[in-house]
Design a protein around this ligand. Sequence first.
Ligand code: NOJ
Length: 532
Amino acid sequence: MPETTWWKRGIVYQIYPRSFQDTNGDGIGDLQGISQRLDYLQWLGVDAIWISPIFPSPMADFGYDVSDYCGIDPIFGTLDDFDRVLEQAHSRNLKVILDFVPNHTSDQHPWFLESRSSRTNPKRDWYIWRDPAPGGGVPNNWISNFGGPAWEWDEATGQYYYHAFLKEQPDLNWRNPEVREAMFDSLRFWLRRGVDGFRVDVIWHLIKDAEFRNNPPNPGYQSHQAEINKYLQVHSADQPEVHDVIAAMRQVLEEYEDRVLIGEIYLPLERLVAYYGKDLSGAHLPFNFQLIQTAWNAHEIEKLVNEYEGVLPDGGWPNWVLGNHDQPRIGARIGKAQARVAAMLLLTLRGTPTMYYGDELGMTKVEIPPESVQDPWEKNEPGLGLGRDPARTPMQWDSSPNAGFTPGEPWLPLAPDFQTCNVEVLSQDSGSVLCLYRRLIDLRRRHLALSIGQYLPVQSGGQVFAYERRHGAERLLIVLNFGHAAQAIDLPDGVGKARVLLSTVRSGDWHVEAGCLDLAPDEGLIVALEEG
Ligand code: NOJ
């Protein structure tokens, strides 16, 4: 696979469609809204959009409960609207990645309705049905990721079905070849239409322990954590057989040219990289969420980057994610000043970057009053701060009512600062985080060292993380101050001249005369090095 492949060089931008742009006034974003905003994405400079699920769904988990894999939910529009998004994106050189949700369907999917209709229905085995435990009660101790037991009793047929998420999201039985074929056909449906790839939801969950053994207790569990953490997920996910399923899925994509398979996987690094598959037969990009999960200081992040670079399989292409619709926004987690450093980190590391809509505006966290809560997880396990709504609020386009997101009532509240924090205002302010993102993206596009160059760690220390990216004769030094105090670092040995190309806090570019680089508090720099 040459390093010119679009998904290696490109930048992925995640759109949460409910919150991007509404055009019909129902307060929920739609496909026509995405079409209208493609010019913005082109201006920003990203290469691909990943759209969270837009398929028909009862919306128990806002689209992650699919009732038809080959259609568009009327909330979002029609298949024609989708084809227009695809065509208009492609005409702007933007790729389109869909969200494939293979682990579970909606409980309203016709397959599940058939499956639960009787024990002898031909689709009974398409889902995971079990008798009660010998003494009665649930078949084992597996917990739903949204709290409570992962088994739901079906009175009519006298068995339990398994759901790793909501009870409205029954898990498919991926050990059944008919399920695989039906799901692969739904991939082909979209691939034939021209989509450029898939982000695959909870791909490490697809296969469960054949014997459904109990998960062992987690000795580190604390009561303020989500209930799923009570047990170590040893038997309910990440089973060795999953890699065969993923390789088969990858083969479906290989029937078409130049498509990408991205896997959603929350696992520690050494287990994550197994998802590249034997001889790279698995996901092209097993999503790497470590930047979201690692303590934000120079030492830990440096250690993480070096470890990740160290465990990647030969030829495995790295990737980095800074935010998504399931996690607190980076701006809320580390503050606005460090979020700019994070932007520079994301867009200068080796590997495909994935951005989350609104992070380029420095959006943080929107307080959701109890009566406005939408997220089923927050409703199931209230008060633990697990709710995902604060990171899913409407995109802020301008200073007009509802930030230009909707002419109606938005499905989630707007951030209170939307009149100053929006695309229209920030795009006019060259010092804004939005303009920083745009410059970083532009630099990454113009300098191959940043997109496909080598990564080389550089000794720094203190609250500074530094590294070089090199391609051919080009050497770029990235220096990131994770601290709130000024710092100075020495230029690498043998460097004669250096020119700062971009700072996260100062404007312009400048030459560095002496051998020492000064860093302002919370500052990141990209520096072109010349030997001499
Ligand atoms: C992961 C998705 O990103 C999340 O939003 C969803 O709730 C679960 N998978 C279940 O599909």
